[in-house]
Write a protein that binds this ligand. Structure first.
Ligand code: FMN
Length: 369
């Protein structure tokens, strides 16, 4: 049904307008008790076997909504109602900003991909913090808060900007993510160099500990698929050295070559980050590399090109404790999470692993026994 609806309605609309329309429906549906229960029961049946303990948090499953969909924390309950086991809001920046001029989101239909250059359009850390503080949870879920740099802030002010966001948002975050990997804020990805990343992560950790004293807020870093392999290793080593809790791999790619893209050249040439199916291979590769380096010492979150339960399962076997998706949700619609959970539960039941946690990284361990 959704593919037909997508073809007839969403596909004819500007992608950003379609996003806002779908968003409005989701936010409306979750506020209507009877409807919410029916939608939840149909789209998000829970599987006991998929229950996931990660980052000191108990989650209903391993599968979450990647950052960028709910930048301003306005639809957490709606997305949980649709079946996401965790919702990562943001990227939120220190100050509010409009993002890049429109059009800034493009569908590459033949490639099941998107290109975006949104540029962190968001309400800013003060407004989002107030919204999170006022939120009355309707559907139980885990909320990650992803923070990034305000565009107008210079490189020398970057740490202070992230610290401001941390001070305002950490108390409302089940986990916190330092995003240094979006391609649409000039200079942001330079923060992935360990010389810049070390002081940044140290300052964010300190700010989180200073602000939230009754628990330790888990801290993760989100990296780009375009990092050279040695740089992936360097971030992994740094994350261990600084006592981070996890790494999210990966953000969108600026690469276009060698991905077998079939969409029209004028679309492929659009500036921005490419997500969806063409990202699958590299994201998996980065995840494998990270797991080989850090093993179970960090929680790895696999994201990038996950389209179905088999993709998610492969990420888990490669070392991901949690998995996330964004682009495939646009193409597959509201039944996607149901299929994902059902498929994961079936794979777990059919395999030799007593629990999902036992399957994490099993590829590597099989290779070494
Ligand atoms: C329109 C759009 C906006 C995004 N915005 C953000 C963002 O604000 N922060 C972030 O960390 N990632 C952002 N992402 C990246 C996703 O979180 C994810 O890492 C990436 O899309 C790969 O996953 P996918 O192939 O399942 O889409 C965005 C992706 C898309 C498509």
């Amino acid at each position: 049904m959704y593919p037909l609806f997508f073809r007839l309605v969403f596909r004819r609309m500007d992608p950003e307008r379609a996003h806002h329309l779908a968003f409005r429906w989701i936010r409306l549906a979750v506020r209507i008790p009877g409807l919410r229960d029916v939608v939840g029961a149909v789209l998000a049946p829970r599987y006991e076997a998929l229950r996931t303990d990660a980052l000191g948090l108990r989650m209903s499953g391993p599968f979450g909504l990647a950052a960028g969909f709910d930048k301003n924390a306005v639809a957490i309950d709606g997305m949980a109602m649709l079946g996401f086991d965790h919702v990562e809001i943001g990227t939120v920046t220190g100050e509010a900003q409009p993002g890049n001029p429109k059009r800034r989101l493009f569908r590459l239909l033949p490639d099941r991909a998107l290109i975006n250059r949104m540029g962190f359009n968001n309400d800013g850390s003060a407004v989002v913090a107030a919204r999170l503080a006022a939120r009355r949870e309707i559907v139980r879920t885990t909320v990650g808060v992803n923070i990034g740099k305000t565009k107008a802030v210079t490189e020398s002010g970057a740490v202070a900007d992230y610290v401001t966001s941390t001070e305002r948002l950490a108390a409302h975050a089940d986990y916190l993510v330092v995003n240094v990997s979006s391609p649409n804020t000039p200079g942001l990805r330079d923060l992935q160099a360990t010389s810049a990343l070390r002081p940044l992560l140290t300052a964010v950790r300190e700010a989180a500990d200073r602000t939230v004293t009754d628990r330790r807020v888990p801290l993760l870093v989100k990296i780009a698929p375009d990092l050279a392999d040695e740089d992936v290793d360097a971030v992994a080593d740094l994350a261990l050295e600084l006592g981070l809790d996890g790494i999210i791999a990966t953000n969108t790619t600026i690469a276009r070559e060698g991905l077998g893209l079939r969409s029209a050249p004028d679309l492929v040439r659009q500036t921005g980050g490419l997500s969806g199916a063409p990202l699958k291979e590299r994201s998996l590769e980065v995840l494998r590399r990270l797991y080989a380096r850090v093993g179970d010492r960090l929680v790895l979150v696999g994201v990038g090109g996950i389209e179905d339960a088999e993709d998610a399962w492969q990420r888990i076997l490669a070392g991901a404790t949690l998995v996330q998706g964004y682009s495939a949700f646009i193409y597959r619609g509201p039944f996607w999470m149901r299929a994902m959970h059902r498929g994961l539960a079936a794979r777990l039941a059919a395999g030799p692993y007593p629990t999902l946690a036992d399957a994490v990284g099993a590829d590597t361990w099989k290779a070494t026994v």
